[in-house]
Design a protein around this ligand. Structure first.
Ligand code: ADP
Ligand code: TZD
Ligand code: MG
Length: 599
């Protein structure tokens, strides 16, 4: 189409010197803007008004992965952000599609991962007058409190700046989720193609090094030097930062035991001599100085206080974080070190170089002994060949496969399936363990597995509770459609936590935590042309998973787990509120309720 053929008002902006007479449109400007900013993959679900956008994206060389539900596409984009240090992009349709994707955007923000949710939206004029447009919703307003930043682009000539703002906002400082609202009408807007190309913006240095203040480094070193029982806690912020060598140097130069948070496992191999992973309770309780390295003192660390920190014993904290406001969020931070991971760790390591004294041997020996004792105690349970399987037997088989294939991307969700796997399956390389993150979300599994395969090209092993799997299980069709090297293992214990609960009223309905008995999840995979395996003991499980990783064929292993093996809520049962009502309410109470009902 040429300028002459179009009567869009935007054409008025075309300047005489540059106009070629050829036009571009919102669709192509958006695609060009994303490509210019190194976006290579789009995770989404098509529909009005973005169906053609997806087609054109594919035509223009972007990889477009179409999902069965936006939440899974969003979870894929979120983890792509974590893995690549670039924003993962999710593309959704208006209102319901947008809302489905929003959960994942909030999840990305909560986890400090860069992600952009691009959603089509309905006619602005109609939405704002609330006149009932197709999929009407004021999406920008709804997204705002759930992400780091939210933008709407109304004019084709602003697409370049709009995308640049989204990319920079997602990556700069503490990374997070960004919402980008694309009213359908924008995609059809036209402008001169040369002017359009000029309007695009390549984001330069979106996450610049942030050097910590020298005084803050000296303060941190002083605190560390004064420690008798120091501990390093590595968090997923350190994994995200891809400062792997700086992490290793800091830990090894310091000689301090370290505890990896779930997704920081493998930053140093779990069998590293300084790992205190298997002595968690001891090191949290006993340590006097803790160096937080890209980890927050949130619920996962009992907020840095209370019984698990050895109350009344008081711990001094040093904290490295790119987000200044994280400091003192739960307890006082004696030495805040604000800056980017690599710069902070390098500064600390350099500060240690001159005559650094290793921590007291009494402490490091105590940690090592406790760890070795716990590992030795666990070892035989990981070898048990019980059928139906218990968690240790099944995870022993999984552990042996992962030890042999350390490059495997390991995805994990569930309650018992998550908590036992975290402690029983060692990670050997950085950013291999991908799980439920800060919120403990069920349903991240298949989206995560798909993005892990797509972004790394490596084989993926997803170990899933049967409940957890159900949240995103339909995406096994997506796995088969794109022929991704993903092996899903469903730990099938017939339910949430356990499969043995009974209906307390004695009625026909099963208890709320119980599923269909002896379901065959493997047959779901077969329905889409993948490989399904039914495994009833650890040997069968080991064989099935080894073969799947070897062949790279989409596989689902239905691993039969003893329905009585799990604990309520896995490791976090203590977070459940308890009822004080020992028996049914008194006669008087029931009488009052009856009278109210009769009114
Ligand atoms: P975990 O759950 O493993 O304890 P969190 O998600 O709670 O980890 O904490 C990660 C922290 O890392 C966040 O506070 C975030 O601001 C921080 N962070 C992320 N990227 C960087 C970086 N490049 N440099 C320093 N800190 C970072
Ligand atoms: N919904 C969402 C989105 N996230 C959640 N965490 C929950 C519900 C609650 N929940 C858990 O915290 S774990 C879990 C649920 C439903 C499932 C546990 O069952 P599972 O694992 O089968 O996945 P195990 O091995 O049976 O414990
Ligand atoms: Mg289960």
């Amino acid at each position: 189409m040429s300028v002459a053929e179009s009567n869009d008002p935007v054409d008025a902006s075309v300047s005489a010197e540059t106009a070629t007479g050829e036009l571009t449109d919102g669709f192509h400007l958006l695609i060009d803007a994303l490509k210019l900013n190194d976006i290579k993959t789009i995770y989404g679900v098509p529909g009005i008004p973005i169906t053609d956008l997806g087609r054109m994206m594919q035509e223009e060389g972007l990889r477009v992965l179409s999902f069965r539900h936006e939440q899974n596409a969003g979870n894929a984009a979120a983890i792509a952000g974590f893995l690549t240090k670039r924003p993962g992009v999710c593309l959704t349709v208006s209102a319901p599609g947008f809302l489905n994707g929003l959960t994942a955007l909030a999840h990305a923000t909560t986890n400090c991962w860069p992600m952009i949710l691009i959603s089509g939206s309905s006619e602005r004029e109609v939405v704002d007058l609330m006149q009932g447009d197709y999929e009407e919703m004021d999406q920008l307003a709804i997204a705002k409190p759930l992400c780091k930043a939210a933008f709407r682009i109304l004019h084709a000539q602003d697409i370049g700046i709009g995308v640049a703002r989204a990319v920079r906002a997602s990556l700069s400082g503490r990374p997070g989720g960004v919402y980008l609202d694309i009213p359908g009408a924008l995609l059809g807007q036209v402008m001169d193609e040369i002017e359009g190309a000029k309007s695009l913006v390549k984001v330069i240095d979106p996450a610049p090094a942030q050097i910590p203040a020298p005084g803050a480094v000296a303060r941190a070193l002083d605190v560390i030097k004064g420690a008798k029982k120091p501990l390093i806690i590595l968090g997923k912020g350190a994994a995200y930062a891809q400062a792997d060598e700086a992490v290793r140097k800091f830990v090894e130069t310091s000689g301090i035991p370290y505890l990896p948070m779930s997704m920081a496992k493998g930053l140093l191999p779990d069998n590293h001599p300084q790992s205190a992973g298997a002595a968690r309770s001891l090191v949290l309780k006993e340590s006097d100085v803790v160096i937080m390295v890209g980890a927050r003192l949130n619920w996962l660390l009992s907020h840095g206080k209370g019984k698990s920190w050895g109350e009344p014993h008081s711990t001094k904290f040093v904290q490295i974080d790119i987000e200044p406001r994280e400091m003192d969020s739960n307890v006082e931070i004696a030495a805040p070190l604000v800056g980017d991971m690599e710069s902070c760790l390098t500064a600390l390591t350099e500060g240690m170089a001159a005559g650094w004294k290793a921590p007291p041997q009494e402490w490091t020996d105590a940690v090592r002994e406790k760890r070795d004792a716990n590992v030795a105690r666990m070892a035989p349970t990981l070898q048990n060949n019980a059928s139906p399987m218990n968690y240790a037997g099944a995870l022993g088989a999984i552990k042996r496969v992962v030890d042999k294939n350390p490059e495997t991307m390991f995805v994990n969700e569930g309650a018992n399936t998550l908590d036992f796997a975290r402690s029983m399956v060692d990670m050997h390389r950085p950013r291999k363990r991908l799980d439920v993150g800060t919120w403990g979300v069920m349903g991240v599994g298949m989206g995560t597995a798909i993005a892990a395969a797509v972004e790394t090209g490596l084989p993926v092993l997803a170990v899933e509770g049967d409940s957890a799997f159900g949240f995103s299980g339909m995406e096994i069709e997506t796995i088969c459609r794109y022929n991704l090297p993903v092996c899903v293992v469903v730990f099938n214990n017939n339910g949430i936590y356990r499969g043995t609960d009974k209906n307390r009223a004695g009625g026909e309905d099963p208890a709320p935590t119980v599923f269909v008995e002896n379901a065959r999840y493997d047959m779901m995979m077969e329905a889409f042309g993948g490989v399904g395996v039914h495994a009833t003991n650890p040997d069968e499980l080991h064989r099935a998973v080894s073969e799947a990783l070897e062949s790279g064929k989409p596989t689902l292993v239905n691993a039969v787990i003893d329905p009585a093996a799990g604990k309520e809520s896995g490791n976090i049962g203590s977070l459940n509120p308890t009822s004080v009502v020992a028996k049914r309410m008194s006669h008087h109470v029931l009488e009052i309720i009856k009278q109210k009902a009769a009114q």
